[in-house]
Design a protein around this ligand. Structure first.
Ligand SMILES: Cc1ncc(COP(=O)(O)OP(=O)(O)O)c(N)n1
Ligand code: TZP
Ligand code: MG
Length: 237
């Protein structure tokens, strides 16, 4: 699934699963099984997020999720925060596609140098000045949130809202992914705001039926026209 124009990866449009180890543990599900089920339902981007595990466990988890996703269908696998983990998983033969970097993680340029030109690299940015600071020659997409405050990331105390999301999408020359407190009912507003993707943890990981929840998100996305409101509309499907 890597290999957009000019060898650069491009972010698949639509629902994006952030498979969070703590949320999965709370509901007694294996992240690898959950990710595979979501990919069989049509999700095309999976991020591995585990904030409270050691680095060795995170490598094991990344390999397990990546291997399960590869068998399930054509989807990209990214690692939250950790370029070293992505590289270690690759060294073990897992086809990790890239990373999602926060504002205090490794700089995107360093990540690009380590991961290579074909990797998919996303960064978090919500405020217009942070969005403008992202280098489109290095980064592939921007994650903007939390759109709503969410228990999954309690330290994020300010919500961007849909206005903030729309402003980020208009400001950015890169595709924008919305995240934070989002679910099925938000698909129309996220698309109207001009986002290329809708990232969720709880709406899939904690759903009564994760495969069905993922399928409904995918179908809702496909049924909605996009907002086409900003420079990031290029390539929005
Ligand atoms: C798609 C996407 N967007 C934003 C984030 C948030 O990343 P970050 O700022 O690194 O915060 P943590 O997830 O690490 O708590 C994301 N993970 N994915
Ligand atoms: C990782 C992250 N970054 C901003 S909000 C968030 C958590 C999203 O989780 P949920 O979909 O459960 O609100
Ligand atoms: Mg992060």
């Amino acid at each position: 699934m890597t290999g957009g124009a000019g060898g650069r990866a491009s972010l698949p449009p639509g629902p994006y699963l952030v498979v969070d180890a703590a949320v999965c543990a709370a509901v007694g599900r294996r992240p690898a099984d959950l990710a595979a089920a979501a990919v069989r339902s049509g999700v095309r981007t999976v991020q591995v997020r585990a904030k409270h595990v050691g680095v060795r466990e995170l490598v094991d988890l990344t390999v397990a999720v990546t291997d399960a996703v590869r068998l399930a269908g054509p989807a990209l696998v990214l690692v939250d925060d950790r370029v070293d983990v992505a590289l270690a998983a690759r060294a073990r033969g897992a086809g990790v596609d890239g990373v999602h970097l926060g504002q205090s993680d490794l700089e995107a340029g360093d990540a690009r140098a380590l991961l290579g030109p074909g990797a998919l690299i996303g960064v978090s940015a919500a405020r217009p000045q942070d969005v403008r600071a992202v280098d489109p020659a290095v980064v592939d997409y921007i994650g903007t949130g939390p759109v709503r405050l969410t228990r999954t990331k309690p330290e994020a105390a300010v919500a961007a809202g849909f206005d903030g999301l729309g402003e980020a999408a208009r400001t950015s020359v890169l595709p924008v992914v919305a995240i934070g407190g989002l679910g099925l009912d938000d698909v129309p507003a996220v698309r109207r705001a001009g986002a290329r993707g809708l990232a969720v943890v709880s709406a899939i990981c904690a759903a009564a039926d994760p495969a069905r929840a993922a399928r409904m998100l995918v179908e809702a996305w496909q049924q909605q026209p996009s907002g086409m409101s900003g420079p990031s509309r290029a390539g929005v499907a």
